[in-house]
Design a protein around this ligand. Structure first.
Ligand code: FAD
Length: 284
């Protein structure tokens, strides 16, 4: 059987950090499972975060109005993207599994990782209007967020001061990863390692190692498939009327984002569908 490849996109400045310790466990465990593991260490390689004209080699199609998305789409087709982007795209192409390892910054990824997403996931390579979400270009690949927080778990509950972590995760998991087609595995969240005793941190690392052993069998999170929507500008990309009518009879919204003004389906962005309560969002 061909060797599987895992790509870990890593964003932490310090090799002594808890994030680096998590990365070590991931590399050890996935290697032991027979994966070829590639690490993109974004700070160590000084990966550039800002999406600029320098990402395109040669002339622009429209020098009068620079449109990054358009220009990078053409540059990707013509193999005229800068070498650091092409290198990362090659790694994504080779990987069956992509793990993003980072500390939560402002409810999101650190700027350097956002820059990786902005610059590497170009139109044509990662998505098109015809190929998105469950029909997306990376639909045969899996991706997941693995991150540490400063906040405790209760702070990120629906009644906690930061609000529901499912809402926090929706833009990254739906708007970036699933938009490009990835099957998104439940996030791995290391709650507040800096405020945790050493034994608690060791236990978190062991729990991660144990999860990695079964990762290949995990079911992905549930999202709303494209087939539920009228995929035309005339139809506004809205839920098809018959689907809307049926979903409005359900006790919960479809997903965290497609809530239809109803209670959010519990744990939609944090637990895989087989773990969720029946009738919430897994029966699409
Ligand atoms: P570290 O401080 O590196 O590590 C924590 C502890 O683990 C340390 O004592 C370290 O020595 C120890 N450790 C290291 N290796 C091991 C090992 N092998 N075994 C056991 N222990 C080990 N937090 C939020 O919750 N929400 C936010 O929106 C948010 N925004 C932020 C924005 C910015 C700009 C910044 C700077 C921080 C923000 N934070 C936020 C906090 C941030 O998410 C945490 O500081 C970070 O996640 C902690 O992870 P770390 O790897 O840096 O921990």
């Amino acid at each position: 059987m061909a060797q599987k490849t895992a790509l870990i996109v890593f964003a932490h400045q310090s090799p002594a950090s808890f994030n680096a310790a998590v990365l070590d466990v991931s590399v050890q465990e996935l290697t032991q499972q027979g994966y070829r593991v590639i690490v993109s260490d974004l700070y160590a390689t000084n990966f550039r975060a800002n999406a600029t004209r320098d990402d395109i080699i040669g002339d622009l199609r429209n020098p009068d109005l620079f449109q990054y998305g358009e220009e990078t789409m053409w540059a990707w087709k013509e193999r005229r993207l800068s070498s650091d982007i092409m290198e990362e795209q090659r790694k994504v192409e080779e990987a069956e599994l992509v793990i993003f390892q980072f500390p939560l910054y402002w409810f999101s990824v650190p700027a350097v990782m956002k820059g990786w997403m902005d610059r590497v996931l170009t139109q044509g390579f990662a998505f098109s209007l015809e190929k998105m979400y469950n029909n997306g270009i990376f639909k045969d690949k899996k991706a997941m967020l693995s991150f540490t927080t400063g906040a405790t778990q209760t702070m990120f509950q629906a009644d906690g001061i930061n609000g529901d972590i499912n809402v926090t995760l929706w833009p990254l998991q739906n708007g970036t990863l699933h938009f490009c087609g990835f099957q998104v595995l439940a996030p791995q969240i290391f709650w507040s390692p800096a405020h945790c005793p050493a034994a608690g941190r060791a236990a978190m690392l062991e729990a991660w190692r144990a999860r990695l052993k079964g990762l290949q069998e995990e079911k992905p999170l549930t999202f709303a498939p494209c087939e539920l929507f009228d995929l035309s500008f005339a139809g506004g990309f809205l839920l098809r009327p018959e689907v809307k009518k049926e979903k409005e009879l359900q006790p919960f919204g479809i997903t965290t984002g497609h809530h239809l003004g109803k209670p959010l389906p519990p744990d939609n962005q944090t637990r895989a569908s087989q773990d969720q309560e029946p009738g919430c969002s897994s029966n699409l």
